[in-house]
Design a protein around this ligand. Structure first.
Ligand code: ZN
Length: 175
């Protein structure tokens, strides 16, 4: 069955969504975190090696899935690398928001040591001059990307215009 993609306003087409990304998102959604993590890690490794723009979010999601699966030691390298990539790319608002969320998620699972390590890392890589950005008023997004099924969070998408965002995992327009 051919899927009908929404038109990408910038390029006139929607990207091909890799099936492994859809599988990862589906497994994550079903709570099969180990399965999801293996898939995110595989895609993230390729994206990272290519300097791909989706690499940071994929790495963070891989780490999140490992932490949710109770595999904290496997979570930390992906989380660190994802956050460091955001810093390298100067994406400080996203770094701050992702970091805050990850620390909360780790603490919720009793992973205090890991949470502290991430806190220290963020303190090191976030420039002291960065004091946060006022968040713009944006329309509500669907909970999941209609193309790849990734969870959509307002701070993890790129806004193409006032009402259209781009999925941070596959680049499909959402709005
Ligand atoms: Zn997507």
């Amino acid at each position: 069955m051919r899927r009908m993609f929404r038109r990408d306003r910038r390029k006139g087409f929607s990207p091909e969504v890799p099936p492994i990304l859809q599988e990862a998102n589906m497994a994550f959604e079903k709570g099969e975190y180990g399965r999801a993590a293996e898939r995110y890690e595989k895609i993230a490794r390729v994206a990272d090696a290519r300097g791909g723009r989706y690499a940071p979010l994929l790495l963070l999601q891989a780490g999140r899935a490992r932490a949710f699966a109770g595999q904290a030691p496997l979570a930390i390298p992906s989380l660190r690398r994802g956050l460091e990539l955001l810093a390298e790319r100067g994406q400080y608002p996203r770094l701050q928001q992702a970091g805050t969320r990850i620390i909360a998620e780790l603490k919720e699972r009793g992973l205090e040591v890991e949470a502290t390590n991430i806190e220290i890392l963020i303190g090191t890589i976030l420039p002291k001059s960065f004091t946060g950005e006022p968040s713009a008023k944006r329309p509500a997004l669907p909970r999941h990307c209609p193309s790849c099924g990734a969870p959509l969070r307002p701070d993890e998408v790129e806004w193409l215009d006032e009402v259209t965002a781009e999925c941070g995992y596959c680049g499909s327009p959402v709005g």
